[in-house]
Ligand binder design. Structure first.
Ligand SMILES: Nc1ncnc2c1ncn2[C@@H]1O[C@H](COP(=O)(O)OP(=O)(O)O)[C@@H](O)[C@H]1O
Ligand SMILES: [Mg+2]
Length: 527
């Protein structure tokens, strides 16, 4: 419970409650001690004033009693043969009359016990007085016995009234007085012991309180200093610092969590900054590429149009035709470039809607091979589909998947040497369709095998003079991702590269099935 209090309560509560609890504890201690002292003192005073006074009164009573007693015995002695303090002997025989029964004894005195009338009257008077004193003594004893531990002792005495008249009684009274004085002395000593222990406990309480206060203050100060140091390092840009996350719930813990959140946001900002910087670098590269790509065909269009203008009056028809042909080709290159840029920006903006239908991928491959026939003949490249028996009917957007196959084939043909060979193969692997396009070109440096799928990125092996903008593979990756598939490149052992993609054969429910919406231009990438 204390541990929970220390971990869960706020610092304000801790710093306020701890001294309050300790003060209440100390106050209670002092209160108990003061009450004890007051009561103790009152009792001791009472004993001194009443009890000792009563004992003194008893003692003086005893003196009076003893005088009467003495007189009585003197009288008895003159009348009887022999006496001692306890017994009266008549004619040699002990009569065993106790003194306090002397009244009864007097009446029972034998006839031989001669007492004159005068003597009898004195005896009777003395006996009466003795009885009176006894009565007073007994009530004094009873009163005294209320106050003292001596009570029992005195009650015993009171029951044996005779003892009052004996000298033992004085001894007992003296003993009682000494006992009472001892008791008072003992009590005073006890009182000192109690005072010292109460002081020790109060002092320990205060020490503990100071210890707890100092520890709490140190804890708070240390924690805040540590957080300040962390913040300093973070603000110096060192996001590698370890920011501990405590499971406590006080303000310091909140502060630590705040510093943690600060670090996270710094890291995110740093990441965003790096991404922005990279995007900026890529954009610069793209602009450089693009300006080159745009300028070359535009330059072609303008210069051939100029040639045409100059030669329009007397030029050979054949020459003019060639100019127009060049102008058309340059225009097409420009259009393709602009289309690629538009295409990718739409794909990236998530504006592509797929038109999913069952399609045989082998048919798409055949169509692409047909499209490249003249180009491959020009470069003396063999482009073919590998034979197989797999079922290649899948749920896809055929226009988009054909665009991918076309892009991969275009790259393979572009980077193949004269007389090279490009092969396209399709395989069904359970609920996946795998398509691979391989060539005998330069391959891709392993460190760039993933980066080439980023937009505007071209591999260091092919970037010299090969042309292109680095958008084709980025477009392919977007299309395959939209089909919940993946695309990758690998180098072949015998040289050359192989580009593969796989897609699920069943349209997953994230795809928009059967919806004939294709926003993008049908113009495909053939860079
Ligand atoms: N078959 C291939 N062999 C070697 N490198 C390739 C191949 N296909 C693509 N690449 C590398 O990937 C880069 C990006 O390709 P792509 O995105 O199609 O852009 P582009 O064709 O416009 O250069 C190419 O510039 C080239 O460096
Ligand atoms: Mg390309």
């Amino acid at each position: 419970m204390i541990a929970r209090f220390l971990s869960d309560s706020s610092l304000r509560t801790k710093l306020t409650l701890l001294p309050i609890i300790a003060s209440v504890f100390l106050l209670a201690m002092v209160g108990v001690f003061v009450t004890l002292t007051i009561r103790e003192n009152a009792l001791l005073k009472h004993i001194e004033q009443n009890t000792l006074g009563k004992i003194d009164r008893l003692m003086s009573l005893k003196d009076t009693l003893s005088q009467n007693h003495g007189e009585l015995f003197a009288l008895l002695a003159s009348s009887s043969e022999r006496w001692d303090e306890e017994q009266i002997y008549v004619r040699g025989k002990p009569r065993l009359y106790k003194i306090h029964d002397v009244g009864d004894a007097l009446h029972a005195l034998p006839a031989s016990f001669t007492v004159s009338d005068n003597e009898r009257r004195r005896i009777e008077l003395l006996l009466k007085r003795l009885e009176e004193y006894k009565g007073q003594a007994i009530s004094a004893i009873e009163m005294a016995s209320v106050d003292l531990n001596l009570a029992n002792k005195f009650m015993v005495l009171a029951n044996d009234k005779y003892v009052i008249a004996t000298k033992n009684f004085l001894e007992l009274l003296n003993a009682s007085k000494n006992e009472t004085l001892d008791f008072i002395k003992q009590s005073r000593e006890d009182f000192v012991t109690k005072t010292v222990s109460a002081g020790v406990i109060a002092f320990s309480g205060m020490t503990l309180l100071m210890f707890v206060s100092v520890r709490t203050a140190n804890f708070v100060s240390d924690q805040i200093k540590a957080q300040i140091a962390l913040m300093k390092r973070l603000s110096d840009g060192d996001t590698t610092v370890d920011v501990p996350v405590p499971d406590r719930r006080d303000e310091i813990a909140d502060l630590m969590r705040g510093v943690g959140a600060f670090k996270t946001s710094l890291i995110e900002q740093e990441k965003a900054k790096q991404q922005a910087e990279q995007a900026n670098i890529a954009k610069s590269a793209f602009l450089a590429n693009m300006s080159h790509e745009l300028r070359t065909p535009l330059h072609g269009i303008l210069s051939f149009a100029n040639f045409g203008l100059k030669n329009v009056a007397d030029g050979e028809r054949q020459k003019l035709k060639r100019y127009f042909h060049m102008i058309t080709e340059s225009g097409n290159t420009l259009l393709k470039l602009v289309n690629d840029v538009l295409d990718l920006s739409k794909l990236e903006a998530g504006k592509m809607t797929l038109d999913i239908r069952p399609v045989n991928v082998d048919h798409l491959v055949e169509k692409v091979i047909d499209e490249f026939r003249s180009l491959t003949m020009e470069k003396n490249i063999t482009l073919r589909a590998l034979p197989h028996t797999d079922n290649t009917r899948v749920q896809i957007d055929s226009t988009r998947i054909m665009q991918v196959i076309r892009n991969l084939t275009a790259n393979a043909v572009k980077f193949s040497p004269q007389g090279g060979m490009v092969e396209i193969s399709t395989h069904r692997q359970e609920d996946l369709l795998l398509v691979m396009v391989s060539d005998l070109g330069p391959g891709i440096p392993p460190s760039e095998i993933e980066a080439i799928f980023d937009k505007f990125v071209q591999s260091s092996k092919t970037s010299t003079g090969a042309g292109g903008t680095g958008l084709g593979l980025a477009i392919c990756r977007e299309i395959i991702a939209a089909h919940r598939g993946k695309i990758w490149a690998e180098n072949l052992a015998q040289g050359g590269a192989r580009f593969c993609f796989e897609i699920p054969t069943e349209a997953s429910n994230v795809l928009v099935s059967g919806k004939a919406v294709v926003e993008l231009a049908a113009q495909d990438s053939a860079a």
